[in-house]
Structures are given as C-alpha cells and as structure tokens.
Design a protein around this ligand. Structure first.
Ligand SMILES: [Zn+2]
Length: 80
C-alpha cells in the first residue's frame, strides 16, 4: 500500500502565518519607501519634512521588526 507518504505540513495553510507575513511585508515596504525618499528629496525637503519622513521610516522599521519577530515566534511554536 502506498501509504508511507510523510505528513506534509501545507506551506500556505496557516492563516495566522500568512497574516503575520502580510503585516511584515507591508511594514517593510513602508520602510523601504521612506528610506528611498530620503536621499532623493533631502535637498528639496524642508528640515521639518525630512525629520518627519525619518521618524516615519524609523517607526516602519520597528513595526517590521516586531512583525518579523512575531512571525518567527509563531512559526517556531506552531511549526508551520
Ligand atoms: Zn502557524
């Protein structure tokens, strides 16, 4: 009987993992966008705007870090 197939944990079957991955990707792309804007616009932006974008990118980076941490934590606990 061909019954020896290993149990395959479906890669995209975990809704929570997908949700966390999505959160991470959104935050990471926010961060990348902010970081790309900084050198492009630093010459034309006011100092206040520059500071605002910098703060925004910093927050997005932290958000991405937290999301990635939660994702890693979930994967290690859930084994998905
Ligand atoms: Zn999971």
């Amino acid at each position: 009987m061909p019954n020896g197939a290993p149990e395959v944990a479906s890669d995209d079957g975990c809704v929570e993992k997908v949700r966390l991955l999505h959160t991470y990707m959104v935050a990471a792309s926010d961060y990348l966008r902010a970081v790309q804007v900084l050198p492009e616009r630093s010459g034309v932006m006011s100092k206040a705007d520059y500071t605002r974008v910098r703060e925004y990118s910093e927050q997005a980076r932290k958000k991405a870090e937290v999301a990635r941490y939660l994702m890693d934590w979930h994967i290690s606990k859930h084994g998905c």
